[in-house]
Design a protein around this ligand. Sequence first.
Ligand SMILES: Cc1cc2nc3c(=O)[nH]c(=O)nc-3n(C[C@H](O)[C@H](O)[C@H](O)COP(=O)(O)OP(=O)(O)OC[C@H]3O[C@@H](n4cnc5c(N)ncnc54)[C@H](O)[C@@H]3O)c2cc1C
Length: 417
Amino acid sequence: MMSAPRAAEVIVVGAGVVGIATALQLRLAGMDVLLLDRDPPAAATSSGNAGAFAVSEVLPLAGPGILRQVPGWLLDPLGPLALRWSSLPGLLPWLTRFVLASRPARVTALSTQLAQLLGRVNADYAPLIAHCGLTDSWRRHGALALYPDAAALAADMADWQRRAALGVRWQPCAAAEVAALEPALLAPWQQGVRIADWSHVDDPYLFSLGLFQQFVREGGRFLQQPVASLLQQNGRAQGVCLDDGRRLPAAEVVIASGVWSDRFARQCRQPLPLAAERGYHLNLPHAGVALHHFLLNARDSFVILPLPDGGVRLAGTVELAHRDAAPDYRRSHLLLDKARAMLGELCTDGMTAWMGSRPSVPDSLPVIGPSSRLSHLYFACGHGHLGLTLAATTGAMLRDHLSGAAAIPEACWPGRF
Ligand SMILES: Cc1cc2nc3c(=O)[nH]c(=O)nc-3n(C[C@H](O)[C@H](O)[C@H](O)COP(=O)(O)OP(=O)(O)OC[C@H]3O[C@@H](n4cnc5c(N)ncnc54)[C@H](O)[C@@H]3O)c2cc1C
């Protein structure tokens, strides 16, 4: 058996963007950090997302509006939401909590919490991105949410007003203005809302890798090994045990294992309702369309990430299924026709499809904070649609909590479930 690395002050389990950014924030605060992943860094969900820092997404998914739309979507095989019926029994407890989270008082509380997290994203990322030398890849051009007609925009206006009340800055854009901002857009996709504070990166995988490389340059340690279990004694986490039996002691353990985090929660009886909200992308590296802004198709719930040299990444759709079920790449391809309706003919040379599992909790608020079952154990998971967006903030919150500078709000702790 190989010898175990020396004991760490903090072990972070999972090197997706959340684990990487957390490890980096802790390391920059002077902590001795060991980051563990069974795979190379950023190889799972963080590799293929849409690259957006989606700071306006302050409304939880389980709003009254979405519940009205769900039945229609489920009947439409090409709709933005699909459910693998064979996975339904396993998903029922999560879905029940999802419906409960849509009660008006709960939505108000969750929106306020989400707005507080999202309101600090740009301030948390700016110094980190500069420190990592990634400023050139951070495109702070804003986003356009697009509608096919004034009635569709009007139907969403109550949600935009709610976002404004929570501090999100946006302006309506008349068709002429949309056409001037993005000449490639076809009618009727020219009714819009501009969200100035959105930003994006061309390649979320390379961006996450850039954060990881800085972590290593700062003296952070990475070990590519699967983690089997938590080491625990007398109600206290003491490190982790690897699949090969090696025991790695640590003063603190952070679980940032994305959609797989509930495995460790079960080991310490921490209730953690996580579901795989699977999403798809279609990459068209030579699409032949020049875009400047990140685009959101507000009617069909998908997004368009501009890639360098005229490429685009189409991303979105929600498929509720077991995390290990085989991908259904028809869900990637259904985005192509919808994007062509907005942008005209798109060249498909070199096209690739991808599926990833968003680690989603029913109330849309990420799980960040100490375990209520084991001392010295923390969770940083359940970021759903916002893992890239909230990674630096998650790391900053854990850094401040562990150093005693500022406690993480209890509303984010796993003990709420
Ligand atoms: C189509 C799509 C588009 C998206 N677009 C956006 C977007 O534009 N903006 C945004 O903010 N978010 C977006 N998201 C969501 C975002 O991708 C996720 O929230 C984020 O990647 C989750 O990161 P993570 O680090 O928690 O998990 P992951 O990236 O999944 O990382 C978890 C890691 O834990 C490791 N792990 C698990 N178990 C073990 C174990 N036992 N031992 C060792 N290692 C283990 C895994 O190998 C993995 O590397 C999108 C998601 C999808 C699917």
